[in-house]
Structure formats: structure tokens, C-alpha cells
Write a protein that binds this ligand. Structure first.
Ligand SMILES: Cc1ncc(COP(=O)(O)O)c(C=O)c1O
Length: 361
């Protein structure tokens, strides 16, 4: 993109293009790792009632610190991970992307390190906030390599080290024992270990939230966009030592989380059993999808998330992606040569995807 000379846009931003998966209408939208199950009628009603109640006080700013919401998030994490965290260990924002941005604003003074391919917003937000980003490596089969990661931390001494588990786009998880090793390593260089657990509820691994009380350098990012099926509401959060949370308050915009968002997210958390009920069916649909892809002669990477990265097709990834789109199926070309990523959808969407693939291969 060439910018007009009169526009005083920062020089480092000028080569960038806006991030985003293509927003193309499709019969089967399997491209952004959303949850295919819409809120039940009961939940829609409960959210509408809560929002209607808040509507009468919209002349007032919301609770700046989202206390009630943060305490409900702490209860949820404690239930799942047997932790004893409190609201002061939680910070909430408009999606976990905003959490990532706040982390860079607060701690991005030195270098940030991640292990690619991983979530592409980590380096992009680093760039936008002016933090130097270093791409660490993974194994040639794209799985995480602990020794390589430790070596990179020793070499670059990053302020922020990012890991994503389950990883997007590969789907593999990092064991808690390895996360422990990384936490010790980052603490030796005075950094923080940022564990992006956007897909944690789909995985059997023990969450890194269990480390927060003993290892203050561990910061866990979570979201309600995936397992909670609440992407449209925009609610992400972090689980961390209280000093990390207090640092977030230095960089957040005042009243960043609207009263409507807070109200809706509180209702969703109250309905968590219902909302999370879809996780098990998505996990078994993922396993069936692995079998269907293998039956077509394709290879899938082991995934503990709600998506699969697959390879083994003879067309190029952009060609196969475009062919699927013509048949009404939108998946994701993540820019890895020979690989495409598909989100697990509902039964009809998954079938549609497999049938379209059958016709194209
Ligand atoms: C690993 C990872 N982290 C964070 C996010 C951002 O999620 P949100 O901003 O919807 O909370 C995503 C979204 O796809 C993701 O894959």
C-alpha cells in the first residue's frame, strides 16, 4: 500500500497491511476457529434481560475495573484448575487481542520472542506497539521444541516470551512440565512467560493457570471467543500475579470495557455449563474429521484444539483454498506452504467440507 505524502503515518507502520481473515460469506465458515453453536434461546433471553437492565444506566460510565466480571472469571478458573485465584489475579478486556496489546504496552521495552508458526497477532501487535520481535524456531514437523526454546531465551533474553498452547495454527499442546522449565528460564533473564491458552478448554493438558500463584512470571491469556462460543461479545482476560494486573491498569484506557459487554459476559459465565457443553462434541467431531481427512489420503497434525492443520494435497494451498471457496466452504490459508487449516464446525458444515474436498482431490 502506498500512502499519500501528506499523511504523517509512522514510518514503521507504512509497510504493514491490516490483519484479518477474509470476511467472505460462505455456507460453511470454517476459517476463524469460531464455535459453531449459537447461544440457546434461554441464554439469548437472559443476555437480553441483563442488557435491558444496563440500558437504563447507560448515561453512566461502566465499572472501570469490572470487579464483578473479574470475580466470576476467577471462580470459573478456580473450578476448572483447582486454583485459589481472586479477582485481583484477573484482568479483562475486549478480546484477548486487547490483552496482548496491553502486555506489549506495559512490558514491551526490550525484545519479545515467540516460536513460529504460531498466532500471527503476537508479532503484529509487537510491531504496532514498537517492540522488537524475534521468531524462534520449532521442529521441522512444526511441533514445539523445548531445547530450542530454552536456547533462544538464553540468547535473546526477551522481556516477553510467548507460547501458545494449544498452538494456533498447528494444534499441538505444551506439557505443564515444559512450561515450568520455560518459566524458570525467563525468570533468569528478568522476563515474563506469556502463555496464550485461547483454546485451553479443548485440551486435556493441565492449564498454566495452576502455576500463577507459585511463579509470578507466568501470565496466562484466555478468551471467551472459542470454547464459550462468545466471540461476538469480545471478552478476553489474563490470569496472573497481582503486580501484572496492576500494570495492566497503567496502560488500559479508562472505561475500556463497556457496561453492555460486562453484563453480557457475566450472564455467559453464569451459563457456563450450558455453553461449555459444546466442547465435547467439537472434540469428537475433530477426531471424526481426522479420520475423514486420513481416508482422503491427507495428513493431519495432532490437534488438541477446535481446528486441524492438514497437508498432503497436490495443489498449492491457495489453489485448494480457492477451490473450496467456490464450493461454499471457507477455510484458512495461514501462509504455510502445503498446509491449510480448518475449524471444526457443526455436523453439516464438516460434511460439506469433506464432500467438497473429495471432489477437489
Ligand atoms: C491463539 C489465539 N490467541 C488469541 C486469539 C484472539 O482471540 P480474541 O481476541 O477473540 O479473544 C486467537 C483468535 O483466533 C488465537 O487463535
Amino acid at each position: 500500500m502506498s500512502w499519500p505524502t501528506w499523511l504523517p503515518l509512522r514510518k514503521d507502520l507504512q509497510p504493514l497491511t491490516p490483519y484479518g481473515a477474509p470476511q467472505i460469506p460462505a455456507d460453511a465458515a470454517l476459517n476463524t476457529n469460531e464455535n459453531p453453536y449459537p447461544p440457546s434461546e434461554d441464554l439469548q433471553k437472559a443476555i437480553t434481560q441483563a442488557v435491558a437492565k444496563v440500558a437504563s444506566t447507560l448515561n453512566r460510565y461502566p465499572d472501570r475495573d469490572a470487579e464483578v466480571l473479574r470475580s466470576k472469571l476467577a471462580t470459573y478458573i478456580n473450578e476448572r484448575s483447582m486454583t485459589s485465584l481472586e479477582s485481583k489475579n484477573i484482568w479483562a478486556a475486549n478480546g484477548s487481542n486487547e490483552i496482548i496489546q496491553s502486555l506489549f504496552l506495559a512490558f514491551g521495552e526490550g525484545v519479545a520472542l515467540g516460536f513460529t508458526p504460531s498466532y500471527s497477532m503476537h508479532p503484529l501487535i509487537a510491531k504496532v506497539t514498537g517492540t522488537k520481535w524475534i521468531d524462534g524456531s520449532r521442529n521441522s514437523d512444526l511441533t514445539f521444541n523445548l531445547d530450542l526454546a530454552v536456547q533462544s531465551i538464553r540468547e535473546f533474553k526477551p522481556q516477553l516470551t510467548f507460547i501458545t498452547t494449544p498452538n494456533n495454527p498447528t494444534g499441538d499442546s505444551i506439557e505443564l512440565a515444559d512450561i515450568n522449565v520455560l518459566a524458570d528460564e525467563v525468570s533468569r533473564c528478568g522476563g515474563l512467560l506469556i502463555v496464550d491458552e485461547a483454546y485451553a478448554e479443548f485440551s486435556q493438558e493441565i492449564s498454566a493457570t495452576t502455576l500463577v500463584s507459585s511463579k509470578p512470571q507466568v501470565v496466562v491469556i484466555r478468551t471467551m471467543s472459542k470454547a464459550f462460543a462468545f466471540a461476538g461479545a469480545r471478552l478476553g482476560y489474563l490470569v496472573a500475579d497481582t503486580h501484572v494486573v496492576e500494570s495492566m491498569m497503567l496502560v488500559r484506557l479508562p472505561y475500556h470495557l463497556s457496561a453492555l459487554t460486562q453484563a453480557a459476559a457475566q450472564v455467559a459465565l453464569d451459563h457456563r455449563i450450558e455453553l461449555l457443553a459444546g466442547v465435547n462434541s467439537l472434540v469428537s467431531a475433530r477426531e471424526s474429521m481426522v479420520k475423514s481427512l486420513q481416508a482422503l489420503g491427507l495428513t493431519t497434525l495432532p490437534s488438541s484444539a477446535n481446528f486441524l492443520l492438514f497437508t498432503g494435497f497436490s495443489a498449492s494451498a491457495p489453489q485448494l483454498w480457492a477451490g473450496l471457496l467456490e464450493k461454499g466452504v471457507l477455510i484458512r490459508d495461514v501462509g504455510l506452504s502445503g498446509y491449510l487449516r480448518v475449524t471444526i464446525g457443526n455436523e453439516a458444515e464438516n460434511q460439506r467440507f469433506i464432500q467438497a474436498l473429495q471432489q477437489l482431490l
